[in-house]
Design a protein around this ligand. Structure first.
Ligand code: 13P
Length: 256
C-alpha cells in the first residue's frame, strides 16, 4: 500500500455512552499500530464524549450540512462538528444518498464545507446491484467521483495533505455479508484513481481509496492487500473492539 492505511469505523445509527468502553479499547489498539491511521465516526450524540475518551484515533461525523448555520432543523454543520471535537466527516454515504435523496451536487457541497472548516473528508461512492448487473458499475462510480469530490477553495492543499479520501462501497455489499470480488475491487479502485488524477492532477495520488462493504476479520487482510486499496470503511464490524481489532491488525500486518 503506498499510503499509511486508513481504517475507519462507521457506527451509523448505533451507540450510546455505554459503548464508549468499546471505543476506548479500540483506541488502545490504535495506539499499538502507529503505522495505521484509525478513526471512528459515531452518531453526532457521541462525538464530544468520544473525543474526550480517546487519544490515538481520529473522531468524525457521519454527515454535515453544506451551510454554516441557519434554519435547517435537525442538521449539523461542519463548523459544529469541529466544535464538538471531530477531525473528519464522512459524506455521501449510500444510506444518506438513499434515505435523504442526496445528489452528487449536495454531497460535493458538503465535502467543500468540510474542507473549508478544516475537517478531513471521506466521500462515499458505489453502485447498486442493478447497475453492476447492467455492466455500468465503473461508469456510475466514475460519474459519482467526478461530481461529488470537493472542488472549493483550499481543495488542492487538503488533497496534498492527505485530508481527502474516497470510500468505494458497493451498495449491495453493505451490511449483507456479501463482499466484492477482489478483482472487481482492484478494477474499481484503479478507475477511481484515474478520475482523481484527472480532477486533481498528480496530487490525486495522495487521496486514499478505502473499500467498504461487509469488511470483517476474515476478509480484511485479503482486501487490504489488494492493489490500490488504501484502507477500509467498516460498519457492523467496527461496533466492538473484538470485531474491529483484527481489521486494524490486518492493516498493520500484525497479530491482534
Ligand atoms: P458494513 O461493514 O456493515 O457492511 O457497512 C459498510 C458501510 O456502510 C460503512 O460505511
Amino acid at each position: 500500500m503506498p499510503h499509511r492505511p486508513y481504517i475507519v469505523g462507521n457506527w451509523k445509527m448505533n451507540g450510546n455512552r455505554a459503548m464508549l468502553a468499546e471505543a476506548r479499547a479500540i483506541d488502545r489498539a490504535a495506539g499499538r499500530y502507529p503505522d495505521v491511521q484509525v478513526a471512528l465516526a459515531p452518531p453526532f450524540t457521541l462525538i464530544g464524549a468520544l473525543r474526550e475518551a480517546v487519544t490515538a484515533m481520529g473522531v468524525g461525523g457521519q454527515d454535515c450540512h453544506a451551510h454554516a448555520k441557519g434554519a435547517h432543523t435537525g442538521d449539523v454543520s461542519a463548523a459544529m462538528l469541529v466544535d464538538s471535537g471531530a477531525d473528519f466527516v464522512i459524506v455521501g454515504h449510500s444510506e444518506r444518498r438513499k434515505d435523504h435523496g442526496e445528489s452528487d451536487g449536495v454531497v460535493q457541497a458538503k465535502a467543500d464545507a468540510a474542507l473549508a472548516n478544516g475537517l478531513g473528508v471521506i466521500v462515499c461512492v458505489g453502485e447498486t446491484l442493478d447497475e453492476r448487473d447492467a455492466g455500468k458499475a465503473v461508469s456510475i462510480v466514475a460519474g459519482q467521483v467526478d461530481a461529488s469530490m470537493p472542488v472549493g477553495e483550499g481543495t488542492s492543499d487538503a488533497v496534498a495533505l492527505g485530508k481527502v479520501a474516497v470510500a468505494y462501497e458497493p451498495v449491495w455489499a453493505i451490511g449483507t455479508g456479501r463482499v466484492a470480488a477482489v478483482s472487481d475491487v482492484i478494477e474499481m479502485h484503479a478507475a477511481i484513481r484515474a478520475r482523481l488524477i484527472a480532477l486533481y492532477g498528480e496530487a490525486g495520488e495522495k487521496v486514499r481509496i478505502l473499500y467498504g462493504g461487509s469488511v470483517n476479520a476474515g476478509n480484511a487482510a485479503e482486501l487490504l492487500a489488494a492493489q490500490g486499496v488504501g484502507g477500509a470503511l467498516v460498519g457492523g464490524a467496527s461496533l466492538t473492539a473484538d470485531a474491529f481489532l483484527p481489521i486494524i491488525a490486518a492493516a498493520g500486518n500484525g497479530e491482534a
